[in-house]
Design a protein around this ligand. Structure first.
Ligand code: GLY
Length: 347
């Protein structure tokens, strides 16, 4: 077992890493309340829900299960009344807690419900996808989508505990693994050349799997450090959006149907490096290096969408609702900085 402590004052919590942890989560969850509602999706439920619920019962909790359809549509604002109704039916009180068992969609939705139900109740994150393990389960950004865009209604609501079982990746499809790799590569790009070089040297998923525990731990440690410095996303934390400005616009351009989040971020990382290199803001050769590592993990770095059309969406990104657009550039691999600009930068 390995552990990280996210130091956020009264909102601090542990991240625990252990292979096989999903079979005995009850050993780690120490909460005052008696009732736990486990929220999951219909893909994850069949694999892990029984083990998680029975481990929680063995630990003395009254555990119930809410299984939702898999996929981004589940994170919509419209689903909330039905979810709150279920919590009320289970007589979940402020002393009780929710458990998010699944990927980013379940983690974000469950966290948002925890943040808002009865003005806020505790929740635990048990991320089962690579993206959720290295990124979305940590740092307390929780949200649901509106028809106008993703994550437009949300909160900062930290979990009480994050439980990471790298064995969960064995049941993850290659497509979802690839999706999560964009965030892993992002961490190397913005903060850790050694991590980036390791990803490069592994040359792809099969080379990476023997060291995946170490890689997940390192990504979480980077995120821990960034979130501790800037919990509310006003400065340093924005570095985690490297590749995301263009990436989000591209996802939206295709109505979230053609490219996964990871694929769009991968294109975004390459594009921003290419453009910044042209303007002398990033070390020459960086874009090609990013492209090489992304493609080793099955991620695209280019797309046919007309840049100008995509860029129109940049202006509507929720991070850019004001006049100013702050984008993330690399000085070189492993070193990032915030760069105030406008949508024209991408044209
Ligand atoms: N996923 C970006 C953040 O947590 O700030």
């Amino acid at each position: 077992m390995k552990k990280l402590f996210v130091d956020l004052g009264k909102n601090s919590y542990d991240i625990i890493f252990e292979r096989g942890l999903l079979s005995h989560v009850g050993d780690y969850i120490k909460l005052d309340g008696k009732k736990l509602l486990v929220m999951t999706d219909d893909n994850v439920a069949g694999i892990y829900a029984d083990a998680v619920v029975s481990s929680l019962e063995k630990a003395g909790y009254e555990a119930s299960l809410l299984v939702l359809p898999h996929g981004e549509k589940t994170k919509s604002f419209d689903i909330l009344p039905a979810v709150y109704a279920r919590l009320l039916k289970e007589r979940i009180t402020r002393k009780d807690a929710l458990v998010a068992l699944g990927g980013g969609v379940i983690g974000d939705l469950c966290g948002f419900v925890a943040a808002t139900y009865l003005r806020g109740i505790p929740f635990v994150q048990i991320p089962t996808s690579l993206l959720a393990q290295v990124d979305s389960s940590i740092g307390g950004k929780v949200a649901v989508d509106l028809p106008e865009g993703k994550n437009l209604v949300g909160a900062f609501w930290q979990p009480k505990l994050v439980l990471v079982d790298p064995d969960a990746l064995n049941t993850l499809s290659d497509a979802f693994f690839t999706d999560g790799m964009a965030e892993v590569i992002k961490y190397g790009c913005i903060k850790d050349k050694k991590l980036f070089d390791l990803l490069d040297a592994c040359g792809g998923k099969s080379g990476l799997m023997p060291v995946i525990d170490e890689v997940i731990y390192r990504c979480c440690d980077i995120k821990r450090e960034v979130v501790e410095k800037d919990e509310k996303d006003k400065g340093e934390r924005m570095l985690l959006n490297f590749g995301h400005t263009y990436g989000h616009a591209l996802e939206k351009y295709y109505n979230f149907e053609k490219l996964s989040h990871g694929m769009a971020v991968s294109v975004g990382m390459y594009e921003i490096c290419r453009l910044a290199e042209e303007k002398g803001l990033t070390e020459k050769g960086t874009a090609e290096t990013v492209a090489r590592v992304c493609s080793a993990y099955g991620l695209p770095h280019t797309d046919d969408a007309p840049c100008r059309k995509v860029v129109e969406g940049v202006a509507n990104d929720k991070k850019n609702l004001g006049d100013k657009l702050v984008t993330v550039l690399l000085k070189k691999i492993g070193e990032s900085y915030l760069y105030p600009t406008d949508a024209e930068f991408f044209a």
